[in-house]
Design a protein around this ligand. Structure first.
Ligand code: FES
Ligand code: FES
Length: 150
C-alpha cells in the first residue's frame, strides 16, 4: 500500500512498487487528464509536477512518488482559472488535444521558475512532442499567460 498526495488530496493505493505513476493516476485513481503517449520518456504527454518539477510519469515508479506533492492537470486550478488555462483557450491552442495536458504542466513549471521567459527559454523548456504541430500557438499562449506581448 502506498500513500500518495495528488492535487492536495491523500490517496492509498494497493499496487506493485514498480507500477508507473502514470498507470496509478489513470487506472487506479481515475485522473485521466494525464495521457499515455510513448511510454519511453520521449513525448511528454504524461507530464505531471512532482514537488513542482515536471516529471514524465510513464517512467516514474509509484514508490518514488511517495511523500511528494504530485500535481496533475486536474489540479492546476480548482476552476480552470489558471493563467495558462485561460491563455490556452484565448489562443485556441489544442488541435486533437492529446498532448496538451502534458504541455500545460510543462508550461506551468516553466512559469513557476521563470515568470517572464524569453523565446529561447520557452523553446528550451517545451521539449514535449505535439503531433498536430501546435507549437506556435503554445508559445503564444505561454507569452500571453506571462504577460509578454507575442
Ligand atoms: S508517455 Fe511518457 S513521455 Fe511519452
Ligand atoms: S494537439 Fe494533437 S498532439 Fe498536440
Amino acid at each position: 500500500m502506498y500513500k500518495l498526495t495528488i492535487n492536495g488530496k491523500s490517496y492509498s493505493v494497493d499496487v506493485p512498487a514498480s507500477m508507473p505513476l502514470l498507470w496509478v493516476l489513470r487506472d487506479v485513481v481515475g485522473l485521466t487528464g494525464t495521457k499515455y503517449g510513448c511510454g519511453i520518456e520521449v513525448c511528454g504527454a504524461c507530464t505531471v509536477l512532482v514537488n513542482g518539477e515536471p516529471e514524465r510519469s510513464c517512467d516514474m515508479e509509484v514508490k518514488e512518488a511517495v511523500g511528494k506533492q504530485i500535481t496533475t492537470v486536474e489540479g492546476l486550478s480548482p476552476n480552470r482559472s489558471h493563467a495558462l488555462q485561460l491563455a490556452w483557450i484565448a489562443k485556441q491552442v489544442p488541435q486533437c488535444g492529446y498532448c496538451q495536458s502534458g504541455m500545460l504542466m510543462k508550461a506551468a513549471a516553466l512559469l513557476r521558475q521563470t515568470p517572464k521567459p524569453t523565446d529561447a527559454q520557452i523553446d528550451a523548456a517545451m521539449s514535449n512532442v505535439c503531433a498536430c504541430g501546435t507549437y506556435p500557438r503554445i508559445k503564444a499562449a505561454i507569452k500571453a499567460a506571462a504577460g509578454i506581448a507575442a
